[in-house]
Structures are given as structure tokens and as C-alpha cells.
Ligand binder design. Structure first.
Ligand code: KG4
Ligand code: ZN
Length: 384
């Protein structure tokens, strides 16, 4: 509590309140974040059920769903801000402007900048991938320590897999990343092969957990790349297809494209035991590849803690393995709670606050038009 004399200072010191909005893929989300850490209100509307019937995200459908959902979510979060009596304290809108699906980003930018313009508030463009890393700073009441910088950051999601170094001043340098599929994409594609519905990662992990203890699983290969921080997951997928064809008795037929094989496997489903075994081998190969890259990065940067974000950071064995590696290297691991691993707007509020605090970006006037970018390498200025 501030005394009367301290009141003016106290108000000045009050931490920044940002509204934030995320719409880069198939989650529509709005949040209210104080000081880049405290989530005061948030809404996430997932479109997973809509896209599951197509086996993947259909960009046009995603954009339409954002168009339907974002205004409602915005209204609900603002209503909460009114109830808390803090709506007038909102300093601006942190908005995901890339990377992602252009149609989805444009709907978010349209809804967000129209609101900001009407309120006379500025907009801060935020990189979605930086949002995933900054999710590790969030808490919802039960305060925890903010991750110390510098740090090694691993972003593992459905669309991206990359390793970065976050400097003490918040600047981000890309160390490496996948040269083909993202880790989440590999989970999803192999899950589909095993008859697990989209998005598959969490369900494949649940399947893998059914391996009887002590049972030996035929391993899937981990690509050994020359670059210490790069990853490749397409070989895991090919090897999983081979194992699946073998287990279903289709191995002698000419395999063809993955979509054809998936159809063939749907007609000749794998024995449950084989599906469990392939799921376990898939998870072990992906987790092993990620863990190898992270360990090399930690060893090369002895001053760094470890931060992990993105949908695949919700994976239990990955969290456990990275925890062991961090402990072995004498570092601390920071992973967001499950709900902030997958796409959400709170992480965009956290990143927005950090960008402003660390003077790495500035607010813009929404009346000038807010650009979006399908591709936006992390740590670089947004391509215009
Ligand atoms: O970050 P995110 O919500 O969206 C993107 O930005 O891509 O990540 C979604 C990805 C999907 O590929 C999903 O299968 C994966 O995260 N995922 C998991 C788990 N939970 C979500 N993968 C493995 N294990 C999980 N428990
Ligand atoms: Zn994401």
C-alpha cells in the first residue's frame, strides 16, 4: 500500500497494463497482462475441433473463425477490465503480427487496430515465437521467479522448432532450428499415421505412455547433423512409416505418398501394441533430438539458464528430460504451465512488455496501418 506522500510515485511505478491479442494460427486469444507477468484476464478459443475433420489447419477456415471469435473474446476481456476498474489503465495493444497464416494475422490486426484506433491507443507488433519464450515469465497469482538472463531458449511448436540465445538485454540470436518438419508437425504426422486424430501430439504421448515397463521398443533414428543446433525430423517420420507398414502387413506393397499410406493404414489398422510401440519410439526420437541440441547449447553457453516454450513444451517426457539435462549442467529450467505452452494471448502481453521495457521496439499508431508478416525470423526487425 502507498502512503499519501508516496501515492504519486506509486502510480508512476505501477507496472504497465497491456491488452494482448493472438491469432497467428488456429487459436483466437485475448488477454490482459500487468508488468509482463501477471495475467489479469484471458480468453482462448481453440479451433482444434473445426480443423480436426480436415486433419490439419485450413487457413481460410481459420481466418473466418478468428473473424467470428476475436470480437467476442475482446468484449469479454474488456468487460472484466471494466469490472476490475482498470480499463482506463490499458496503455496499448500487444498484437501478434507474425509469423503465421496471413489471413489469420490480418483478421487479428484488423480487429485489434480498429479497437486501438477507436480508443486512441497505440499498437505494439509482437513476434509469435518470442511470445512462446516469454510465456515462461507469466504467473497467475502464485508468483514465481522470473527466468534470469542470459538464457538458451527452445521453441517447439506445430510450425516451428528453433534454438536461440536470449542475451542479458533481451536481444535474441538464433542458434539453429529444424531443417525440415517442426517437432510438433512430426508428432502430428506420425499420430495421423497411427490413427490418432489431429493435432495428435498429446494423444500420441498418451499412447506412448502405455508401453509396458521394461518392454524394448525398436528405436527410430535420430538424424546426426553437422550443425550442432539444427534438427531434422523427416527421417523419424519415414522410419515410423516403414515400421507401421511392416506391423500392418503392408510392407510388400509399393508405399507411395504419406497421404496414401495413411489411407492404406486406415483400411488395415495397426495392432494396438504396434501403435503403442511406434508412438513410444517416435516420442523418444523427437525428445532425444531436442535434448541433444539443448545440451550442446548449454555446454557452449555456461552462463545461460534454459527456457522452453511452444505446444510441444507441454510434452511430459520432454519436460522431464530437459529438467534432467539442466540439472546435470547446473542450470535452471523454466517451462510455462501447460495452458501457456500452446498458443495464447497472455504470452504476447508478456513479450510486449519485455520489448517495451528493454527498448527493443516501439508502439505504433494504428491509424497508419498495422502490417503483418507470414515469415518473421525471431530476433530480427519485422519485414515490411
Ligand atoms: O504452439 P502451438 O499451440 O501452435 C503452434 O504455434 O504451432 O503448438 C501446437 C503443437 C501441435 O503440433 C501439438 O500436437 C503439439 O503442439 N503438442 C504436443 C503436446 N501438446 C501439444 N506435442 C507433444 N506432446 C504434447 N503433450
Ligand atoms: Zn505457437
Amino acid at each position: 500500500m502507498c502512503t499519501t506522500d508516496q501515492m504519486a510515485d506509486c502510480r508512476l511505478m505501477r507496472e504497465r497494463l497491456l491488452l494482448s491479442l493472438e491469432s497467428s494460427c488456429d487459436e483466437s486469444a485475448v488477454a490482459l497482462v500487468r508488468g509482463g507477468r501477471e495475467v489479469l484476464a484471458e480468453r482462448v478459443a481453440s479451433q482444434t475441433a473445426i480443423h480436426a475433420q480436415f486433419g490439419g489447419v485450413i487457413p481460410e477456415v481459420a481466418a473466418r473463425a478468428h473473424h467470428e471469435w476475436l470480437p467476442r473474446l475482446l468484449h469479454e476481456v474488456l468487460q472484466e477490465a471494466e469490472e476490475f476498474g482498470i480499463a482506463g489503465e490499458i496503455e496499448g495493444l500487444a498484437l501478434t503480427t507474425g509469423p503465421g497464416l496471413v489471413g489469420s494475422l490480418l483478421v487479428g490486426a484488423g480487429v485489434g487496430s480498429a479497437w486501438a484506433w477507436a480508443k486512441g491507443l497505440p499498437v505494439l507488433p509482437v513476434n509469435h515465437l518470442e511470445g512462446h519464450l516469454r510465456a515462461a515469465w507469466l504467473h497467475d497469482g502464485s508468483a514465481h521467479e522470473a527466468p534470469p538472463l542470459p538464457a538458451i531458449g527452445l521453441v517447439v511448436s506445430g510450425g516451428h522448432t528453433l534454438l536461440v540465445r536470449i542475451e542479458g538485454d533481451g536481444r535474441i540470436e538464433r542458434l539453429g532450428g529444424t531443417i525440415d518438419d517442426a517437432a510438433g508437425e512430426a508428432f502430428d504426422k506420425i499420430a495421423r499415421l497411427l490413427g490418432v486424430p489431429y493435432p495428435g501430439g498429446a494423444a500420441l504421448s498418451a499412447l506412448a505412455a502405455q508401453v509396458p515397463s521394461g518392454e524394448r521398443v525398436t528405436p527410430l533414428p535420430i538424424a546426426k547433423l553437422e550443425h550442432p543446433y539444427n534438427f531434422s525430423f523427416s527421417g523419424v517420420k519415414t522410419a515410423a512409416i516403414r515400421q507401421a507398414l511392416l506391423a500392418s502387413g503392408l510392407a510388400d506393397e509399393s508405399p507411395g505418398r504419406a497421404s496414401v499410406i495413411t489411407k492404406q493404414l486406415a483400411e488395415h489398422p495397426l495392432p494396438t501394441r504396434a501403435a503403442i510401440s511406434i508412438a513410444a519410439a517416435t516420442e523418444a526420437a523427437i525428445v532425444g533430438a531436442l535434448a541433444g541440441g539443448v545440451q550442446r547449447a548449454l555446454q557452449a553457453h555456461p552462463d545461460s539458464s534454459l527456457i522452453v516454450g511452444g505446444g510441444v513444451a507441454a510434452n511430459g517426457p520432454l519436460r522431464a528430460t530437459l529438467g534432467r539435462i539442466a540439472a546435470h549442467e547446473g542450470r535452471r529450467l523454466f517451462v510455462p504451465p501447460m495452458k501457456w505452452c500452446t498458443d495464447n494471448a497472455a504470452m504476447i502481453g508478456a513479450a510486449g512488455d519485455a520489448i517495451l521495457r528493454e527498448h527493443r521496439g516501439t508502439f505504433m499508431n494504428p491509424a497508419e496501418g498495422v502490417p503483418v508478416a507470414a515469415q518473421w525470423p525471431i530476433g530480427r526487425p519485422m519485414p515490411l
